[in-house]
Design a protein around this ligand. Structure first.
Ligand code: TXA
Ligand code: MG
Length: 374
């Protein structure tokens, strides 16, 4: 994993009951907690800020979230300001106990219940018919609500301590890659949120799967941490919104957020996908081409391919044979190569199926559909 030196930001650090606390004017308060055994006092503090209408960034198993009290329109509005997020993009409501879904949604069908049993807590978001009571700006005026119970101890304890459902998008500036470590959140949102809770790196590394179960068959609106195959194991057939497949530039997605440019580092991104040997050859060709143009080239490639290149900026994402490891480091890779000054990032693509679908969806967006299939 790449690291960023936040020495300048944390000019004053205090050890309080073994918990690191930063206290600086105009900076967000930063606390570090044990991911398996978060300090109860710190959890209460985060919960109280949420309950009272503040913004708290906290870890989930997918990516870091930027939370606000979902019942408080002013608190929710602050999320959009802090992120620079378009107001027509609805938020996911996070809960700490399954029964809370019945306060938020009407008509949680039998398939919905089976999915919750199989995958909650975990990286699956369900789109359901909404009940009245939620702040309007959470759902961006839709008659559905997206709900998720995250599979992360720190997240669950903070939501429980808040005592209210917590609306939380990914804790990045709008358009940037989602944050998978607290440093990413600091980079994007320091000073814009009340509290940043550092619970270590996110285990999944890509966002949750968003599944619309208001239609039959259910439709995947965003591929993510739970794969289509896993969902079909429970439900039989599920559809995938054609607009989210990686060769679908012209279709309008059913999930509002999926239409925006996303996951974009500063650098231009090109994805090369297909046969492993041809991918290697094409990447070699592109490196030479961009070097000749005087560009600083960064590579975002699997461990297998990374070993074959002698280049200054190479970020190895994990093994081609274990796409979970690649998922965990993809966003950090994009951010790290950016911070190292790459002008162009050449990324290796991955086969479809399993986690490959979510990986290619994110890479495709980072690359603005600039994909070369070999
Ligand atoms: O893993 C995740 O889902 C993370 C963590 C923090 O939980 N959250 C996350 O939130 O990725 P965000 O806001 O970055 O992405 C939410 C996606 C957007 O594409 C949004 O348009 C979609 O979910 N969404 C939310 N409510 C929806 C609804 N009612 N109908 C369709 N899509 C919805
Ligand atoms: Mg997001």
């Amino acid at each position: 994993m790449g690291t960023t030196n936040y020495g300048e930001i944390f000019t004053e650090r205090l050890e309080v009951r073994g918990v690191l606390v930063s206290m600086l004017d105009n900076n967000s308060v930063y606390i570090k907690v044990d991911s398996h055994n978060p300090d109860a006092e710190q959890v209460r503090r985060a919960g109280k800020i949420l309950q009272e209408g503040g913004l708290v960034a906290f870890p989930t198993e997918t990516v870091y979230g930027l939370g606000a009290n979902a019942l408080n329109p002013l608190a929710v509005a602050k999320i959009f300001t802090a992120k620079g997020r378009p107001s027509d993009n609805p938020l996911i409501v996070h809960i700490s106990e399954v029964r809370q879904v019945y306060d938020l949604a009407d008509d949680v069908t039998v398939p919905g219940q089976r999915l919750m049993e199989a995958f909650w807590p975990g990286p699956l978001t369900l789109v359901l018919p909404k009940k009245p009571g939620l702040s309007e700006n959470v759902t961006a005026g839709l008659d559905t609500v997206a709900v998720r119970m995250p599979g992360n101890k720190v997240a669950l304890e903070i939501i429980a301590a808040a005592g209210v459902p917590v609306a939380a998008p990914s804790a990045n500036r709008s358009g940037r890659p989602s944050p998978t470590i607290a440093e990413h959140v600091m980079h994007d949102l320091n000073g814009k949120v009340d509290l940043i809770v550092d619970g270590g790196p996110c285990n999944v590394g890509l966002e949750s799967t968003v599944l619309d179960i208001t239609s039959e068959p259910p439709v995947i609106l965003r591929p993510g941490g739970i794969t289509r195959e896993q969902l079909e194991g429970v439900l039989g057939h599920v559809e995938v919104d054609p607009a989210v497949s990686f060769d679908s530039e012209k279709l309008v997605p059913r999930s509002p957020g999926m239409k925006y440019t996303h996951y974009s580092p500063e650098a231009e991104v090109i994805v090369v996908t297909g046969d492993e040997k041809l991918t290697f050859e094409k990447i070699q060709y592109l490196i030479n081409e961009y070097k000749d143009k005087g560009k600083k080239v960064g590579l975002l490639v699997s461990d297998e391919i990374s070993r074959l290149f002698e280049l200054e900026l190479v970020y190895a994402t994990g093994s081609r044979n274990n796409l979970e490891t690649v998922a965990r480091s993809l966003f950090d890779g994009l951010r790290t190569l950016d911070s190292q000054g790459a002008d162009i990032i050449i990324a290796e693509g991955y086969p479809s199926g399993g986690m490959g679908d979510a990986l290619m969806n994110r890479l495709n967006k980072a690359a603005g559909h600039n994909i070369i299939t070999v």
